[in-house]
Design a protein around this ligand. Structure first.
Ligand code: PLP
Length: 396
């Protein structure tokens, strides 16, 4: 076989993730690989934990990146906190709540489902009813930012309900972290996982997680061994240390050294910007994109009150082959936007404004490119107004 180096095209990533990666971060990935127990690497790991505490707004000592993508962060939360025979209340308002159910069942536990329509947030009243009806439940699990629909749920209220009913909370913050407020200590979140490829704008493949003292206590007092050797936090803590800096480190697995340089750089950049400014930037870019899309005549799927600024679900115009539009954007403009999933497949586009992607030039590129392609396809849209509507917000 004769193969040559892979040269990816340069795209603008405005789908549901991964998002665009800043050149500074790509440069960090290319720094020399050192040993994963090298004293200088261990110092960097300690800094990485402190940076993740900043991003999660927590003092939790068990705040680390799992060496695998967001799905592994999800599994870490479930396999460590759920035991055979447990009952877990799981909220499902899109694809990822369904994956939580899978995780619970694979732990040998029972999932009590609280269902909400796609595009709607989790309804706290239904959650309260489920918790009252199942006093044996030990965990409440929900997705803060449902990437499949663009809906934000009220994590603070849901975590309060969990505590009132003696449950630990497991929160999926894969799409929310750094894009909208996530307050681990302020909201009393017990276990949270995220992904690096969304609003942190890092390369995919790592999953930041954080666990409260209550959660650590449950992990350390389990009756059954965690079924996953790789994700067993009792073992992982031996490598990452479960306290402050300077803890002794033992080999557990070979950490993805260069990928962790990248995450470190992404988090340094987050501290330079300031997390509140990052939230505000996502909001501002969303407002501009929304103004442009609505001026064009496109309708949002999620109510304004529950909409995620970083994941914009809009309905494709009637009679338009939405996949053809995405293909033309990719081929003619090097612009990736996302397709609808599940019930929304073929009907909805998911336009991401995550991390480094959330910039004015991308908002304008997306509006111009969409208008050009839809215009040529004779879609029923208003022409010549979208960028002006976005500009009014951008220059305000
Ligand atoms: N949870 C949510 C809400 C997500 O959006 C994703 C990925 O898009 C995941 C979990 C899984 O993350 P990964 O694809 O990094 O494994």
């Amino acid at each position: 076989m004769v193969a040559s180096s892979f040269q990816p095209p340069v795209r603008t990533l405005m789908g549901p993730g991964p998002s665009d990666v800043h050149p500074r971060l790509l440069a960090a990935l290319a720094r020399p690989t050192i040993g994963h127990l090298d004293p200088q690497f261990v110092t960097m790991m300690d800094e990485l934990k402190a940076l993740l505490q900043y991003a999660f707004r927590t003092e939790n000592r068990l705040t680390i990146p799992v060496s695998a993508p967001g799905s592994a962060g999800m599994e870490t939360a479930f396999v460590n906190l759920v035991q055979p025979g447990d009952t877990v209340v799981v909220c499902r308002n899109g694809v990822f709540g369904g994956r939580m159910k899978e995780n619970v069942e694979r732990c040998g536990a029972t999932a009590v489902m609280v269902e909400d329509d796609w595009g709607r947030p989790v309804d706290p009243n239904k959650v309260e009813d489920a918790l009252k009806a199942h006093p044996e439940a030990s965990v409440l699990a929900f997705v803060h930012a449902e990437t499949s629909t663009g809906a934000r749920s009220d994590a603070e209220t849901l975590c309060r309900l969990a505590h009132q009913h003696d449950c630990l909370s497991i929160v999926d913050a894969v799409t929310s972290l750094a894009g909208i407020p996530v307050e681990v200590d302020g909201w009393g979140i017990d276990a949270i996982y995220s992904g690096t490829q969304k609003c942190l704008s890092c390369t995919p493949g790592l999953s930041p997680v954080s666990f409260s003292e209550r959660a650590i206590e449950r992990i350390q007092n389990r009756g059954h061994k965690v079924q996953s050797w790789f994700l067993d936090l009792n073992l992982v803590m031996g490598y990452w240390g479960n306290g402050g800096g300077g803890a002794k480190r033992a080999y557990h697995h070979t950490a993805p050294v260069n990928a962790l340089y990248g995450l470190h750089e992404a988090l340094v950049m987050l501290t330079e910007e300031g997390i509140e400014n990052s939230w505000a930037r996502h909001r501002h870019m969303h407002d501009a994109l929304r103004a442009g899309l609505e001026a064009m005549g496109l309708a949002f799927v999620v109510d304004a009150e529950h909409r995620l600024p970083q994941l914009n679900s809009v309905r494709a115009p009637e009679g338009i082959e939405e996949a053809q539009v995405r293909a033309r954007l990719l081929n003619e403009f090097n612009l990736e936007i996302g397709a609808g999933l599940g019930d929304f497949a073929g009907k909805v586009w998911r336009i991401g404004l995550m991390g480094y992607t959330a910039r004015r030039e991308n908002v304008l590129l997306c509006l111009n490119a969409l208008e050009a392609v839809l215009g040529e396809m004779n879609a029923p849209i208003e022409r010549g107004v979208a960028t002006a509507a976005a500009q009014r917000i951008l220059s305000a």
